[in-house]
Design a protein around this ligand. Structure first.
Ligand SMILES: NC(=O)C1=CN([C@@H]2O[C@H](COP(=O)(O)OP(=O)(O)OC[C@H]3O[C@@H](n4cnc5c(N)ncnc54)[C@H](O)[C@@H]3O)[C@@H](O)[C@H]2O)C=CC1
Ligand SMILES: O=C(O)C(=O)Cc1ccc(O)cc1
Length: 365
């Protein structure tokens, strides 16, 4: 019997995840959306195999449940799930742009015999809706997972396996670190983009010519102001503390700029732009986000059933979390290589030590 996936919220992200799962798994993909129109569109674009008429109907058989709604809704839906019967061993995840409140709320699923693992694919677009969904939307992007302490490592690996069609790079962060970093590189820039647009809209009331001149840099920096207001309202409300801290330091920053201009301090103004240019020019280009590198360990493995579960159970025994596992070059009767990715250098070294004690050959490139 085919394994079953339920996607709740069939918009840009829910639709893209569904398409990426389809690329790698022969699973039955069912979907639910409060918008009848999105649901019909998802069916006709073959993003899902079946529509369900309620979440309760969809979850009974689901091995994997993906919540892909705006984050306040996701928080509420997790509370609803706790009142239903879920399939034992099922994995529940979300794709929300914030993590702390969602992971806290998911505490209520702990007694349900399922694993909740928070997730955030760090790529997307200002477009909404299933018609914009693409299987390769997340390729080369970071996909952040925020498992709560004590989450079964096997469930994390299973989830990464479900999501391997995204071709994203998985990293694990704590929910608070996630919200602090995503707050600065993703959430706060949306406030700035919207405020620049508001500023120009106000000027337009006096001089309508301005919007015809608003091209080039203004268009680049404000593209994200065309994103879904519902989604960004929810994100700001969820990540309130980070937003307030960032607003405070932003205002200090603007005061510094104001002082430099008032004083006509040419050197300081030059340095301000030069330092920003150097930092921006040095951002990683391959990845779609600016998150630090992860730590890979390569392990030679024989072509033998059970070898992967042996490696992962050694790591689990020493409570070392993996952020990614990939099999490289496995062919019949030939030694293969496992690439294990860790969150920190310390985790990588501990993994190396313990695997070598169990006679595995490891190396770092
Ligand atoms: N848009 C982006 O670039 C990214 C968005 N995210 C996160 O992904 C989530 C979804 O965002 P998008 O797909 O962009 O939004 P979207 O607006 O394209 O899709 C959201 C869908 O959820 C549905 N929905 C709302 N309430 C519902 C409910 N109670 N039950 C069932 N369906 C419901 C809507 O009808 C809509 O079809 C959000 O939490 C967002 O923070 C994460 C990464 C990137
Ligand atoms: O359009 C863009 O560049 C985005 O900002 C996409 C995006 C939106 C929300 C996220 O949580 C992650 C990425």
């Amino acid at each position: 019997m085919k394994r079953t996936v339920l996607i709740v919220g069939l918009g840009l992200i829910g639709g893209s995840i569904a398409l990426s799962i389809r690329e790698e798994h022969d699973a039955l993909i069912r979907g639910f959306d409060i918008s009848e129109e999105q649901l019909k569109m998802a069916l006709s674009l073959e993003v899902i195999d079946e529509a369900v008429s309620s979440i309760e109907e969809g979850i009974k058989e689901a091995d994997l449940i993906i919540l892909a709604t705006p984050v306040l809704k996701t928080e509420q839906l997790i509370g609803d799930l706790a009142r239903y019967d879920l399939k034992p061993g099922a994995i529940v995840t979300d794709v929300g742009s914030t993590k702390t409140r969602i992971v806290e709320q998911a505490d209520c699923l702990k007694a349900k015999g399922v694993s909740f693992i928070g997730g955030h694919p760090m790529a997307g677009s200002h477009k909404s809706g299933v018609e914009a969904a693409r299987a390769h939307l997340f390729e080369n992007a970071f996909y952040i997972l925020t498992p709560a302490e004590g989450t079964d490592v096997r469930a994390i690996i299973q989830l990464q396996n479900w999501l391997k069609g995204t071709k994203a790079t998985f990293i694990e962060l704590s929910p608070t670190q996630h919200d602090r970093l995503a707050g600065a590189v993703s959430h706060f820039p949306h406030i700035i983009a919207a405020s620049l647009v508001h500023q120009v809209a106000k000027i337009e009331e006096e001089d309508p010519l301005i919007s015809r001149l608003a091209a080039g840099g203004f268009r680049d920096i404000t593209r994200i102001a065309s994103s879904s207001p519902t989604m960004w309202r929810d994100i700001l409300l969820h990540n309130k503390e980070s937003m307030l801290q960032l607003l405070k330091s932003w205002m200090n920053e603007m005061d510094t700029v104001k002082t430099m201009i008032e004083a006509e301090n040419a050197n300081d103004i030059y340095t301000y732009f030069q330092d920003a240019k150097s930092f921006r020019d040095g951002l990683p280009v391959r990845e779609k986000g600016a998150i630090p590198a992860f730590y890979d360990l390569f392990v030679d493995v024989p072509d033998h059933p059970g070898v992967i579960s042996d490696v992962t159970s050694i790591l689990a025994q020493y409570q070392i979390s993996l952020t990614n596992i990939r099999i490289l070059e496995i062919r019949e009767n030939i030694m293969g290589v496992l690439r294990l990715s860790f969150r920190s250098e310390e985790d990588r070294q501990r993994a190396r030590l313990n695997l070598e004690q169990e006679m595995y050959e490891t190396y770092i490139m």
